[in-house]
Design a protein around this ligand. Sequence first.
Ligand SMILES: [Zn+2]
Ligand SMILES: [Zn+2]
Length: 326
Amino acid sequence: MANRKRRITIPVVLCLALLMNLAMNFKPPTAEERLRAIGSTKGLSETLKKALEPGVDFEPIPIPKRGDWLAEHPETGQTFNDFTRSRPNRPDKIRSKIYLQPLGEFPKGKIPLVKTLKEYAAAYFNMHVDVLPYLALSERNITTRVNPYTLNRQILTSDVLAILQKNVPADAFCVLAITMEDLYPEPSWNFVFGQASLRERVGVYSFARYDPAFYGQKRGKDYEKILLWRSCKVLAHETGHMFGLTHCIYFDCVLNGSNHLAESDARPVHLCPVCLRKLQHSIGFDVVSRYGNLFRFYKKVGFDDEAQWIANRLKRILPDEAAKEM
Ligand SMILES: [Zn+2]
Ligand SMILES: [Zn+2]
């Protein structure tokens, strides 16, 4: 999202030429480069070492197809060592909570989306998560427009970020506004999925384009589950950015960049070993109990394939203990 914003200042023709040229050069990292990105695990606990072994549960990132994120945005990646050198924001005793700020209306279905996302964020990041009172669009000075192509209402991200910045609770690590409204970052832009200010520790993300109704398509009978699945992924991805993780180019990973819906649907919800190590370093959670909490969440909401993936991970990390965790 931040990349999109920066590109505005570069002349469009130059930017496209640059991207096309670099796209030709993107090569998926080798096995050795992937190991180097994880970094030396000397001195870590045996359990953590095992959790960071690439093994068979993680697929190397494939060669991007035309139109995919890495074909158009040839990123160079952020190794674990790059990450620590960047001195990212880390939670501490005071700034210890993730706050979710629901913005505008949420669909009233069987799934209480915001409450479920709160539970998910707590399991995923192993941190305390609180939901702030709903913010109605009419309550504050939030600029809206009707998008000329989709004819849907959109809200201006900078207005939302300005409101969030003024109201960051003292114990917040970050405040993330989540909305079913479509977003735009400035008048010349068609739309944006989300935008964040890492320095101010605030962000806003939209799930609007993950609902088939947005595109005028019929909602299938399992649409709530699909919407929850997509929302969980975007929440994990975007919140990951708040911890200073940039896009992952090493494995199939929730932190992979995504250029279109099919690509984000194909992206897994789990962290690869490189990104798991970064998040574990930042938060300091116990990898086994985090996987246990995620397993219970996935079972509860019916994400059975993902629950099975976690069960496999736990068997490999702690063959004798896995059953007790579940
Ligand atoms: Zn991203
Ligand atoms: Zn990753």
